[in-house]
Design a protein around this ligand. Structure first.
Ligand SMILES: Cc1cc2nc3c(=O)[nH]c(=O)nc-3n(C[C@H](O)[C@H](O)[C@H](O)COP(=O)(O)OP(=O)(O)OC[C@H]3O[C@@H](n4cnc5c(N)ncnc54)[C@H](O)[C@@H]3O)c2cc1C
Ligand code: SF4
Length: 515
């Protein structure tokens, strides 16, 4: 049998596209390296047990700010990283896509905000995103959020208080978790969030819009086949250069599928790794290059109140006043681009490991700091990161358990990221001071790997075109966070999903044009 489309990876980039292709009547199959979990049975309120949701194969890391993987950066399973994401879903702002035009550095997107806007709206309505209407930042929305905002937890209320004192506007955040039960055509009813917290350990009751409870059931409703625990390793091409076979390993055995089209959605590390392993789609030399990771400094403080930082949706409150801080506050900045501010919740093991990694605490000192866990609240930023030649992934000489070269990932922040982080450090400390925090400390970090197979008009400087199709191989598309030409100053998942639907529509249009 020959499939119309093989989709590799079922995360934010794979699942929406899979559903769209299945709805169009195509014979589609998804190959997913991870398991197909049953949330009510498999998801425990136990961080250690839930380590299974992360991509734990070793990745070698290098550079001045070597990225942490595992639970910092990547997931696996049907649903991909959305199984453990915290479901913050802000839209990018129009100028996020035009950073080169605005500042003469970085890279513009080959598409505009108006290309994404209808897809943002569609995804928000389908997932049942909870958020405020109107939303204070960005272009006026054509439609309000599907549901009203979720309750604001204690960390969020403290951030609101500190920001109010400093004249920084805040708002309840947009979250892809349901503030009321919600019906989706093709999926059925999903229940409201019960504020259990532990969203990063997987949502047991299906209130969080991970792909396994939204676009995957929709895809299956329309006839898509899902093959979990299938690790793709190779592509075979026909005489015309098109991919005709996808080879994968299931239960230690090699299997193959014949296909007309391939959609590679394996995330910003495994997508370029697969292309490099197979030596394809890289006439530009850009596969694996331009890796970006959001600046994501966290500032923690202790309060007298009982905070219960594990409770409720972790990302309750947002401010985008720092999107272009110079415009908002009238004080010039020494960096380009911008960032947003978010209140954060944290699970206990994660917090303790951050105390060890970030503050270097151990033994009695770590115990003392850990005892304050119930009284800590955090704010973090999500900020632009420019693409640099020194940040990339390559194949190393070390082999993994499958005998394939492990990826080595180089990452160092540039001066722009360092200046932005210093700016944010000052603002967040002021917010916590105004809210009455003590023992304030900073945990510098980068989050989300982005941009290793970027899209663009020029085949010499990009891997895929504006429709997500590989410049070199006419039946290969990429749909995941590897195609972003710039990092954006917002969390990526909503944009990945919107782009995935657009890529599917562009593909379907080109197929219809052939008929
Ligand atoms: C702790 C945490 C919290 C986050 N919170 C947020 C948030 O609040 N908001 C937000 O916008 N973003 C958040 N993110 C980021 C967001 O989850 C990711 O950016 C996004 O899900 C990435 O989507 P993707 O489709 O590119 O890749 P993924 O969702 O990672 O999907 C890739 C899939 O491909 C599969 N795969 C890989 N290689 C192969 C192979 N060879 N064969 C078969 N399958 C393969 C993987 O198993 C995986 O399921 C968070 C990330 C982390 C780590
Ligand atoms: S807080 Fe809500 S969304 Fe998060 S895990 Fe709990 S029920 Fe799910």
């Amino acid at each position: 049998m020959t499939y119309d489309a093989v989709v590799i990876g079922t995360g934010a980039g794979g699942a929406p596209l899979l559903a769209r292709l299945a709805k169009a009547g195509l014979r589609v199959v998804a190959l997913e390296a991870g398991k197909f979990w049953k949330p009510a049975q498999d998801f425990a309120t136990d961080e250690r047990a839930q380590d299974k949701l992360f991509w734990n194969d070793e990745r070698l890391t290098a550079g001045n700010d070597a990225l942490a993987f595992g639970n910092n950066n990547s997931g696996t399973g049907v649903g991909g990283s959305t199984l453990h994401y915290t479901a913050y879903t802000p839209r990018a702002q129009p100028d996020d896509l035009r950073i080169r035009s605005e500042f003469d550095v970085g890279e513009d997107w080959p598409i505009d905000f108006t290309d994404l806007e209808p897809y943002y709206d569609e995804v928000e309505q389908f997932l049942g995103v909870s958020g405020p209407s109107p939303y204070p930042w960005g272009p006026v929305r054509k439609r309000g959020y599907a549901l009203g905002p979720l309750p604001v937890n204690k960390a969020g209320r403290l951030m609101e208080q500190g920001c109010r004192t400093l004249g920084i506007r805040t708002s309840p955040a947009a979250n892809a978790a349901l503030s009321a039960s919600y019906y989706q055509d093709g999926v059925g009813h999903r229940p409201a969030c019960i504020n259990r917290g532990f969203c990063q350990a997987g949502c047991r009751n299906g209130a969080k819009a991970s792909m396994d409870v939204t676009y995957i059931p929709l895809a299956m409703h329309y006839g898509a086949e899902i093959r979990p625990e299938c690790f793709v390793t190779q592509f075979r091409r026909d005489a015309s250069g098109k991919i005709s076979e996808v080879i994968y390993v299931r239960n230690g055995q090699e299997e193959r599928l014949h296909c007309k089209n391939v959609f590679l959605c394996a995330g910003a590390i495994e997508t370029p790794r697969l292309l490099l392993l197979n030596g394809i789609a890289n006439s530009s030399g850009q596969v694996g290059r331009n890796l970006m990771a959001h600046t994501a400094l966290q500032i923690w403080g202790e309060f007298d109140d009982d905070i219960q930082p594990f409770k409720g949706i972790p990302g309750a409150v947002i401010s985008e006043d720092t999107h272009r801080p110079a415009q908002r506050f009238g004080v010039p900045t020494d960096f380009v681009g911008g960032y947003l501010l978010q209140s954060i919740g944290v699970m206990p093991v994660t917090y303790l490991s951050q105390l060890a990694r970030g503050r270097g605490l151990w033994g009695a000192d770590l115990k003392r700091a850990a005892a304050a866990y119930n009284h800590v609240a955090g704010i973090n930023i999500l900020g632009d990161c420019l693409p640099y030649a020194h940040n990339y992934i390559e194949l190393s000489d070390e082999k993994d358990s499958r005998g394939l070269p492990k990826p080595r990932v180089y990452f160092s922040n540039g001066e722009n990221e360092e200046r932005m982080t210093a700016h944010a450090d000052q603002i967040m400390r002021q917010i916590w001071e105004a809210a009455g925090a003590r023992n304030v400390w900073a945990f510098p970090r980068n989050a989300h790997v982005i941009g290793t197979c970027r899209m663009g008009h020029d085949p010499d400087t990009s891997v895929v075109n504006a429709d997500g199709r590989a410049h070199d191989i006419p039946n290969l598309y990429i749909s995941d966070n590897s195609t972003f030409p710039s990092a954006l100053s917002v969390n990526p998942a909503l944009t990945i999903m919107a782009l995935a639907l657009r890529t599917a529509d562009k593909f379907l249009m080109s197929e219809r044009a052939k008929e």
